[in-house]
Design a protein around this ligand. Structure first.
Ligand code: ADP
Ligand code: MG
Ligand code: MG
Length: 875
């Protein structure tokens, strides 16, 4: 048990991120570097965990400790809470270990009350500033702590501006703002039922609790699930003395990156606003100036800032994202962190830092988020179509890529439609953190307000989603159900195309084409491949997929599903005939028709894989999936097969299963109909012999995989069908072909009897989709209906089909690995479920000692990078 829950900034450093959160650790680090940081203290993430352990309360000991540090801060600043002559005003800021932009809410100017504001107005000789700060505090406190809702206050501001006949907040006078503060307090009392708290200590504890609570708000929980952040980490709270960017024209506030976060270009990049506070820059209420203009505004401060930026970048050896405030011409640093960036920028920055001698190639590989690669592999507009199109508007190129979809006006609608696979473009005045799920399900995001660092821009870049922001020409209809742009009116379902790299907006559908992968990407991947110890294969069923995967660097096929080939129109008749056959002879006749088709498919796949290993799985799904349901199809099939329609319908009815996922499928098909396995083996082996002959430079070793095995005897039975068939064909040929027979481990019984299974199986491939399904006892296709309730109730934090459940399913994998190796030390081990492309699951595969991961072609580069990082982490 710790008994220290609070640290002054001067007591911490960057290595204490887990305890102090990212923001707190970096404030401490900057303090240690002697940079101008308004002083304060950090309440640790452990205090947050303790708050939840104590039933959402701050216990007496921690309260007392916090008050001690308030005293220390008062001593340090010479200011006092509630003191009229020299009031201490603070910000209360959350900060988790991993940065969660916009997820947690900050309160500024805490410590204000009627008397303090009045004296502050006098003392600073700036009543406008004093009352602006006061009304902001009431607004933030009401929203964050009491959840009154921002809109009530915005409405009051708008009404006031309307009455006064002004457009900008800055045009409101001190008297106006004072009146506004009164109205805000009345609004608070109306909604909350009690007076607005005037005691700074009460305000402080209210705010700290609100930060702790916000750790569990739905937006934060959703963000964590998307980013694999465990709920147990908690957030720290930073209490920091205020500096003011809103005292007048010699003050201001801004955000900056040490390199361009969209392109990676070297050089300071950012925005600022004079006479503004806190979130004004990112909120998109006023359009900010670019950081270069600060040079004209205040050259000395600009020079000092540029200096700090380069020291910070060198110190952290990574691109920094910083917040600063200028108070009456004096610069203060309020935050630094490793900046979020686009995938393209991430690769360029990593290579540039290596070239500048600031990091090693290992660090370059480690610093790229594998999930981001997706964005690079995403489509761009078709060149010809783009040329022919004329933009109807131009906003800021906030997050690159091309997007085409139908207009959606609310995040809820975008999420609902996006989930069904409909391409949507979310069109908003500006986005807020509540919109995150809708943004996630959109192809692209268009906002009327906001700069390059607005919420929409930052979040979209993080997601790799195309975004155009600050398109001021958009005007929304009063009912919010249409907007006009470039003389056209758009309603829901109208097509819109966005170019996130130029900011161009098109009022039409423009085709997109796959991305081209540039030079920086290649360099990093080459390094990654040097560090990687696991192989990366792909799941591919067609020669085209196999070729795509090879281009992305796949080193073989981990799963080729033979059934997908059967759905093509020229084959479905033959496969249906096979299924409804009553005798072995009938079935063999149908299979004979399928043989040349399968053989051709496999030849194409071996060719595409150029001698890399290919694992082919025997037929797996329930047969009725192939049966006709349409009356016309049934009549046609009956005629083909020379049987009556009624007879055929009887056969179809007899194939009905109550629970097909656990029915007559997988190796059970070969146990009942050995001729199916025999035909497939023949196709696999004959194709291999043909391709081997054509390419003596390759060594083709087919790996035949038997699905859904639960018992070694059924494996032995099916294996014998395979070896009998294969050995006979090979003996008859003039090629000494080698082949392997192995199994999927996807039934819990196979995992826990893996020592037995390994007697027959030369390799295991973990089919973690079925294994997850069978272990949890719920199906992937139905889980969506109830998993949300499980997330809400904190029973599960993640979708176990997306991220391997390491405690349960992972334990089965680990057990099977150990048992399998005990029987057959050189057994080849891989994974071929969806998890094979998920970075945290890949790390797990590295730890348990798998030889390879296999994933869909577009995830191959992600897996290569994640595998390299896992190898580096587990060196
Ligand atoms: P977020 O994590 O959402 O960026 P922050 O805690 O960084 O939230 O703060 C929100 C805004 O308030 C930022 O613009 C920040 O610079 C500003 N801010 C925070 N603390 C202070 C302070 N002590 N003085 C002046 N501005 C502050
Ligand atoms: Mg911040
Ligand atoms: Mg399976």
């Amino acid at each position: 048990m710790t008994d220290k829950y609070v640290y002054e900034f001067s007591e911490g450093d960057a290595s204490m991120k887990n305890l102090l959160g990212g923001k707190g650790a970096n404030l401490a680090e900057m303090t240690g570097l002697g940079m101008p940081v308004p002083q304060g203290f950090t309440i640790t993430t452990e205090a947050c965990t303790q708050y939840y352990a104590d039933g959402e309360q701050i216990n007496d000991a921690i309260q007392a400790e916090i008050l001690t540090y308030v005293g220390k801060l008062e001593g340090m600043t010479g200011k006092k809470f509630g003191d009229l002559d020299n009031p201490l005003l603070v910000s209360v800021r959350s900060g988790a270990r991993a940065s969660m932009p916009g997820m947690m809410d900050t309160i500024l100017n805490l410590g204000m009350n009627d008397e303090v504001a009045a004296r502050f107005a006098e003392k600073t000789n700036n009543p406008r500033f004093a009352y602006d700060s006061y009304r902001r505090f009431i607004q933030m406190y009401s929203d964050v702590v009491m959840e009154v809702g921002k809109s009530y206050f915005e409405k009051l501001i708008d009404e006031m501006k309307e009455e006064r006949g002004v457009k900008l907040d800055t045009e409101l006078t001190a008297e106006d703002l004072k009146e506004l503060a009164e109205k805000f307090k009345a609004q608070y009392k109306d909604k909350v039922g009690t007076d607005f708290p005037s005691d700074p200590v009460e305000q402080l504890f209210g705010a700290i609790k609100a930060v702790f609570r916000s750790w569990d708000n739905p937006r934060a929980v959703y963000y964590r699930r998307m980013n694999d952040i465990p709920g147990s980490w908690g957030t720290a709270v930073n209490v920091q003395s205020m500096v003011f960017g809103n005292t007048g024209d010699t003050s201001g506030t801004g955000v900056a990156f040490s390199r361009n976060p969209a392109t990676g270009e070297a050089g300071l990049f950012g925005e600022f606003l004079m006479n503004a506070q806190g979130e004004d820059v990112v909120a998109g209420i006023r359009t900010p100036e670019t950081i270069d203009q600060l040079k004209d505004e205040n050259p000395a401060v600009y020079a000092q800032f540029a200096d700090i930026v380069s020291s910070l970048e060198n110190h952290y050896a990574d691109m920094q994202d910083m917040e600063f405030t200028i108070e009456d011409g004096k610069l203060f640093m309020l935050q630094t962190r490793n900046g979020k960036r686009t995938a393209a920028a991430a690769f360029k920055i990593a290579c540039d830092l290596v070239d500048e001698g600031k990091i090693t190639p290992e660090k370059a590989v480690a610093m790229i988020d594998p999930k981001q690669i997706d964005a690079l592999l995403h489509p761009q507009f078709d060149g010809a179509e783009l040329k022919a199109a004329t933009p109807i508007g131009k906003g800021l190129p906030a997050s690159p890529g091309a997007a085409c979809g139908k207009v959606s006006f609310t995040a809820e609608d975008a999420a609902a439609r996006g989930k069904t696979g409909e391409p949507v473009i979310l069109v908003r005045l500006e986005t807020t953190p509540e919109d995150i799920e809708g943004m996630h399900h959109s192809q692209g995001i268009l906002t009327a307000r906001g700069g390059m660092t607005s919420h929409a821009a930052v979040v979209a870049r993080g997601m790799g989603t195309c975004c155009v922001s600050g398109l001021g020409d958009v005007t929304f209809a009063a009912d919010g159900k249409s907007f006009s742009l470039g003389g056209q009116t758009f309603t829901e379902n109208d097509w819109l195309s966005l170019d996130g790299s130029t900011g161009n907006v098109y009022g039409q559908q423009i085709a997109t084409v796959p991305a081209e992968i540039g030079g920086y990407f290649g360099r990093i991947m080459e390094w990654a491949d040097q560090y990687r110890t696991m192989n990366v294969r792909t799941n591919a069923d067609t020669p085209a997929d196999a070729r795509q995967a090879r281009e992305f660097g796949a080193e073989g096929i981990g799963l080729c599903r033979t059934e997908h080939m059967f759905f093509e129109t020229d084959r479905i008749a033959a496969i249906r005939e096979m299924i409804v056959s009553k005798t072995v002879e009938q079935r063999e006749a149908a299979l004979a028709k399928l043989l040349p088709m399968q053989r051709g498919d496999f030849e194409g796949i071996y060719e595409a894989m150029e001698g890399f290993p290919v694992t082919i799985r025997l037929l797996d799904p329930p047969l009725h999936e192939f049966l006709p349901t349409d009356e016309d199809d049934i009549v046609a099939l009956a005629a083909d097969m020379n049987i009556s329609v009624d007879e055929l319908k009887n056969v179809i009815a007899s194939l009905h299963e109550f629970n097909p996922m656990m029915g007559h499928r997988g190796c059970r098909l070969d146990v009942t109909y050995p001729e199916i396995g025999a035909m497939q083996t023949r196709a696999i082996i004959e194709a291999a012999i043909n391709v081997q002959k054509a390419h003596p430079e390759w060594k083709i070793v087919p790996e035949i995989m038997i699905p859904l095995v639960g018992e070694v005897k059924e494996l032995a039975f099916v294996k014998k069908i395979i070896t009998d068939t294969a050995d006979a064909i090979i003996a008859d040929s003039d090629v000494a072909l080698e082949y392997k027979v192995g199994t999927m481990i996807e039934i819990p019984r196979a995992a826990i009897t893996a020592d037995e299974i390994a007697k027959e199986a030369e390799f295991f491939s973990f089919g973690t989709n079925d294994l997850t399904q069978m272990t949890f006892g719920f199906s992937r296709d139905d889980a969506g209906k109830f998993l949300d309730a499980y997330y809400d109730k904190k029973i599960y934090e993640n979708d176990p089909f997306a991220r391997l459940d390491q405690d349960g399913v992972g334990k089965l994998v680990k057990t099977a690995v150990e048992l399998g190796k005990s029987t057959r030390p050189d057994i080849k081990l891989g994974i071929c479920g969806e998890h094979g492309g998920d970075p945290s699951s890949i790390e797990f595969c590295q730890k348990v000692g798998l030889n390879y991961v296999s994933c869909s072609p577009f995830r191959v580069p992600i897996a290569r990078l994640a595998a390299a990082q896992s190898a580096l982490n587990n060196k």
